[in-house]
Design a protein around this ligand. Structure first.
Ligand code: ADP
Ligand code: MG
Length: 348
């Protein structure tokens, strides 16, 4: 990326120190979180609805006051600064564009508010639109643009203030699934080209894994785990993270609960030699789903509530070839097993 002097910004590290937000007497929406986000990295705040992601982002942006704690940007305490003075910018969803303004005027809008002369603000807006491959469509109104094109205008509009960190709250949730995956790849590419710090809120673990350098898994206003997608997927610290991330069985053992990846959970007929000597448990196959490259088996403990068709408690992912070699059917009594290396203790 040709970062000329007019547009080059240094990305900032962001630090949250014992940050809390309380609304009235309710349980805190954000409860004393500590987090350091590396400069120039892509950070995803991930968690179920209501866990405090948006509140955290809004406190970083300055759109929400903090109840206690601090927000630091490059070691500068910005906790009490107004949003416009922080060096952060929020990318709003594409449907928040002004419908009556052209793409160019949408992007130039905040410069107009600052009193920047028309020629200069249009030149800067045009340059940013060109950067997101929208230069030729600068005169179009939002309704004349596709969803993906509107998303790029929304990005250019956020970048015009030359933020050091870009904050995105569920930026892809309004898009259809195909476009969501396409725009996800574009966001990642833009982040790398611009070299900015991105903080992206999502409730989708798939989206976070695809995008993040650092994932921060939240629940009930606290951080359950932070780390790279690889670390979190392979070493969920507790049952909540293992279940929220998916792809794991949570299994009670005499030594406590362990997590075993569904693709590393072994399945065989009872007494089969390949699982001899391994820790395991009996199970009953409750469903068999063909997924193309793999087959997903649903299972539960045998004997429990026979009368009701209970939902699967465990899953095993088998390659198509492995399933074809030894198929299993609904109702089969089987043995689940795992190697000691594939079982990770989960904190309670
Ligand atoms: P998320 O973005 O993770 O879905 P939020 O940060 O929006 O969650 O909300 C966290 C909690 O704070 C929720 O319980 C929500 O109801 C509450 N909350 C959010 N904003 C307000 C508000 N303005 N007034 C009162 N409660 C709020
Ligand atoms: Mg939210």
């Amino acid at each position: 990326m040709n970062a000329d002097a007019s547009t080059a910004v240094r990305p900032a590290a962001i630090e949250l120190v014992s940050l809390s937000k309380r609304y009235g007497d309710a349980k805190p929406a954000v409860d004393g979180i500590n987090l350091r986000i590396a400069s120039g990295s892509y950070c995803c705040l991930l968690g179920p609805s209501g866990c405090g992601k948006s509140t955290t982002l809004r406190m970083i942006a300055g759109h929400e006051s903090v109840s206690s704690g601090d927000v630091l940007l490059e070691n500068r305490n910005i906790t009490d600064l107004p949003a416009a003075a922080r060096g952060t910018a929020m990318m709003f969803q594409s449907f928040a564009l002004f419908p009556h303004l052209s793409a160019l005027d949408n992007v130039a809008f905040s410069l107009k508010m600052k009193g920047v002369a028309k020629a200069e603000r249009h030149a800067r807006a045009q340059e940013l639109l060109a950067r997101v491959a929208m230069g030729a469509l600068a005169q179009r109104k939002p309704a004349e643009l596709s969803g993906g094109q509107q998303q790029r205008v929304a990005l250019a509009r956020a970048l015009i203030t030359q933020p050091k960190a870009l904050l995105l709250d569920e930026p892809l949730s309004a898009l259809d699934p195909f476009l969501r995956i396409q725009m996800r790849a574009e966001l990642r590419r833009w982040q790398q080209e611009l070299g900015l710090t991105f903080i992206h809120v999502t409730h989708s673990q798939e989206e976070a894994m695809a995008l993040a350098d650092t994932m921060v898994v939240m629940n009930h206003g606290v951080i359950e785990q932070q780390g790279s997608p690889h670390e979190i997927y392979n070493r969920p610290v507790n049952e909540f993270v293992a279940r929220f991330m998916g792809g794991h069985n949570v299994i009670e053992t005499p030594a406590g609960k362990v997590g075993v990846r569904t693709d590393q959970t072994l399945i065989a007929r009872a007494g089969a030699p390949e699982i001899a000597g391994l820790p395991g448990m009996p199970a009953l196959v409750t469903d068999v789903e063909y997924q193309g490259t793999y087959v997903l088996l649903g299972l539960r403990k045998p004997g429990a509530s026979q009368a009701v068709v209970s939902t699967a408690e465990f899953s095993v992912m088998l390659s198509e070839a492995r399933f074809a070699a030894t198929p299993f059917a609904v109702g089969d009594e089987v043995q689940l097993a795992w190697t000691p290396e594939s079982a990770h203790p989960l904190q309670s």
